[in-house]
Design a protein around this ligand. Structure first.
Ligand SMILES: NC(=O)c1ccc[n+]([C@@H]2O[C@H](COP(=O)([O-])OP(=O)(O)OC[C@H]3O[C@@H](n4cnc5c(N)ncnc54)[C@H](OP(=O)(O)O)[C@@H]3O)[C@@H](O)[C@H]2O)c1
Length: 306
């Protein structure tokens, strides 16, 4: 029977288990996909702890973890056009990505370019797409200065790269252990922690034009007043606080078109996925712990053996 990594109720890591369960059956507009790689994201442990996505029903237990996956189509449900068995795809699964088989709705699935590995493709739908859509929302002008908090993580490193590539000056807030990493993305590093705003002012004496926040809390409170225009602030980590401070949450379209555009940027060399750690499905818990620590570097991906 196929394997899947699930949580059996809401709670901490103790509610996770590697189980065997039937492959799901594709419904209308869905693809059954043999997973080759699954990205790991903070939302995975947040859902395990009981967070519910706005507008979505809580999933029945056991719930398979994982919000992004890449693999090979093995069957298509009713009303599917444009995909056939054998296609290599990536997208946002409805049944969890940490599994040998998952369901991808065609509305949030794209064909994987031949030049992109399954591992890199699995790293795109959540973090890189959030960075891409967030930057489109913020629209920093070439030559302006963008502050990215949490710049060494999955979303942050992609945002820093894309902004740098668009001619924006990037100030990257990250721990000292990620200084070299964020500098390699073309950003100016500022150490995270108390008094971060003082350090930002020192490297950006002409001010900050926009903030892309991926940390929230005290860090966001401290950097927000650096902006002349509070509306030039978006957060993917702390939506309520961003709004309270005059900014906004990242608004995501989550479409196949966006996935295709992000993959195109990787193929064109404008974006690197920076998958820094991979784990087999048998070590999915370890992979999730690496992200749940809150101090991930780049992306963590689970590779599923065919
Ligand atoms: N709304 C959406 O659609 C959406 C999509 C993707 C992600 N998100 C959210 O966005 C956030 C970031 O996601 P991610 O995938 O980039 O996470 P990640 O890969 O775990 O990276 C988070 C980064 O934040 C930094 N960090 C942690 N605590 C910090 C603190 N107190 N001060 C400063 N930096 C701190 C860490 O760097 P250091 O080790 O250097 O501190 C880490 O590199 C998460 O809250 C996630 O749930 C939302």
């Amino acid at each position: 029977m196929p394997k899947a990594y699930v949580f059996t109720r809401n709670g901490g890591p103790e509610v996770e288990a590697l189980v065997e369960q039937e492959a799901p059956v594709p419904g209308p507009g869905e693809l059954l996909v043999a997973v080759r790689a699954a990205g790991v994201n903070p939302v995975d442990w947040k859902l395990r702890r009981g967070y519910t996505r706005p507008g979505s029903e809580p999933q029945p237990f056991p719930t398979v973890l994982g919000s992004e996956a890449a693999g090979v189509v093995v069957a298509v449900g009713p009303d599917v056009e444009g995909f056939v068995p054998g296609d290599e795809v990536f997208g946002s699964p409805v049944t969890g990505g940490y599994a040998e088989y998952t369901l991808l709705p065609v509305a949030v699935t794209a064909h994987k370019p031949a030049g992109l590995s399954f591992t890199d493709a699995a790293a795109l739908p959540v973090a890189a797409a959030t960075a891409y859509e967030g930057l489109r929302q913020l629209a920093p002008a070439p030559g302006s200065t963008l502050l990215v908090t949490g710049a060494g993580g999955g979303v942050g490193n992609a945002a820093a790269q894309l902004a740098h590539h668009a001619g924006v000056k990037v100030v990257a807030v990250a721990g000292m252990a990620k200084k070299d990493f964020v500098e390699s993305l073309g950003a100016v590093h500022v150490e995270s922690g108390p008094s971060v705003a003082v350090r930002v002012r020192a490297v950006a004496p002409d001010g900050i034009d926009a903030v892309f926040d991926l940390v929230g809390g005290d860090t966001l409170r401290e950097v927000a007043p650096l902006l002349a225009d509070p509306a030039a602030l978006i957060s993917a980590a702390d939506k309520l606080l961003a709004v309270e401070l005059g900014g906004a949450a990242v608004v995501r379209a989550r479409t196949s078109a966006v996935l295709g555009e992000v993959a195109g940027l990787v193929v064109a060399g404008a974006l690197r996925t920076h998958v820094t750690r991979t784990y087999p499905l048998s070590a999915a818990g370890e992979a999730l712990r690496a992200v749940e620590s809150g101090h991930g570097r780049g992306k963590t991906v689970i590779e599923v053996t065919a």
